[in-house]
Design a binder for this molecule. Sequence first.
Ligand SMILES: Nc1nc2c(c(=O)[nH]1)N=C([C@H](O)[C@H](O)COP(=O)(O)OP(=O)(O)OP(=O)(O)O)CN2
Length: 133
Amino acid sequence: MYQILKSISFCYGHRLLKYQGPCANLHGHNARAEITLASEQLDERGMVMDFGDIKSVIKTWIDDNLDHTMLLCKDDPLVAVLTDNQEKFYLMDKNPTAENIAELIFNYAEQQNFPVESVTLWESDTSFARFLR
Ligand SMILES: Nc1nc2c(c(=O)[nH]1)N=C([C@H](O)[C@H](O)COP(=O)(O)OP(=O)(O)OP(=O)(O)O)CN2
């Protein structure tokens, strides 16, 4: 089995609903997503996938959708406020925890038919969440 990993850095704002503590307040993170792809076989170039192709597809999606953006749960009352003020946000069905952001990126990679094994979302230097099937 071969594994490759591509790191993509981005920043986002969020707050957690149903949470008692500082993360219930609006705040931001300089995050890093680690996308791990795995394959039993290599292509004719000797690659699971070109790192550049992972970057061009997934980093582009992250840059367009999540980077420098408020990630809000659909139940957050701020959705109406940001909508009224024409501010950018990314609407999530779930609370914007590191776990759910990792799953979001995993699902996108899977939709692109990437052989994704896991997505690890480093929310800070000391905390990460990982999603895998
Ligand atoms: N399982 C999860 N726990 C927490 C999440 C999360 O997404 N999943 N998120 C938060 C906050 O958004 C934020 O990340 C704070 O986390 P924490 O690592 O506790 O931050 P600290 O600054 O206190 O970290 P230290 O390095 O330990 O000082 C909270 N929990």
